[in-house]
Design a protein. Structure first.
Length: 248
């Protein structure tokens, strides 16, 4: 199969990750920000979990050309396990860096578009924590070592099951991944907000730091390493176990 140009991979990942973050941050903004219809009707955690799942659904279809990683943890998992990132995309240093770059740029752009969509509500919001919570994740109980463990476990589930999707005969496209993300959010999202994706947290956190948001407060950089390195470690463990399962 003819190799896909690096520019096409980059654009595909920017589009997919951008849509993921626009819709994912958007469901949190609709739930948390002052004056939104979602907050008025008391929409809660299940809406957020389903919203993120459907955001993944949209992102996967948008990024079909590059194999729809839309998550550096998935890229790392395939790097550890696979022979190629997608049909026509070999695993090389160049393709790896292009995936990471596309995912990060898309995440920043998606979070910025969410801010534009909810601009008036950000202007009305007086709680810096609610503002930051629409961009990035944070722990319900601050204990970085256990928060790290939670992200490792949740991302292990994500990457391990995604790798196993290749062993099933059902051709359901993005739907299984979307439902998997809903399940992780509903079951494992409580302690940390389930980043399970370094770009999902770091990109919007950068956007939060740069955007001119009134009364936004700190971007909480002290916690930022947890949702970056926890998912990476979880992905490595998942891919390592999956790779050696036939020999166990």
């Amino acid at each position: 199969m003819e190799e896909i140009p690096l520019t096409h991979i980059f654009i595909s990942e920017v589009l997919g990750t951008g849509l993921l973050l626009l819709l994912g941050c958007g469901v949190v903004a609709n739930t948390n920000l002052a004056g939104t219809l979602g907050k008025k009707i008391g929409a809660g955690w299940l809406l957020i979990s389903f919203g993120w799942g459907l955001a993944v659904f949209a992102g996967v279809y948008a990024a079909f050309l590059s194999g729809a990683h839309i998550n550096p943890a998935v890229t790392v998992g395939l790097l550890v396990y696979g022979d190629e990132y997608a049909p026509g995309v070999p695993i090389t240093l160049a393709t790896t860096l292009v995936y990471f770059a596309g995912e990060m740029v898309g995440a920043i752009l998606g979070a910025t578009l969410c801010w534009l969509a909810y601009k008036r509500h950000y202007d009305e919001e007086t709680d810096p924590g609610a503002i930051l919570g629409t961009f990035s994740t944070g722990p319900s109980i601050k204990d970085y070592k256990w928060n790290f463990v939670t992200e490792v476990i949740a991302t292990f589930v994500l990457v391990f099951i995604i790798l196993n999707f290749g062993n099933t005969p059902a051709e359901l496209g993005a739907l299984p991944v979307a439902l998997l993300v809903v399940a992780i959010g509903a079951s494992l999202g409580g302690p940390t907000g389930y980043a399970i994706n370094p770009a999902r947290d770091l990109g919007p956190r950068i956007a939060h730091a740069l955007l001119p948001i009134k009364g936004k407060g700190s971007s909480n950089w002290g916690y930022a390493w947890v949702p970056v390195f926890g998912p990476i470690v979880g992905a490595i463990i998942a891919a390592g176990i999956y790779r050696f399962l036939p020999y166990l």
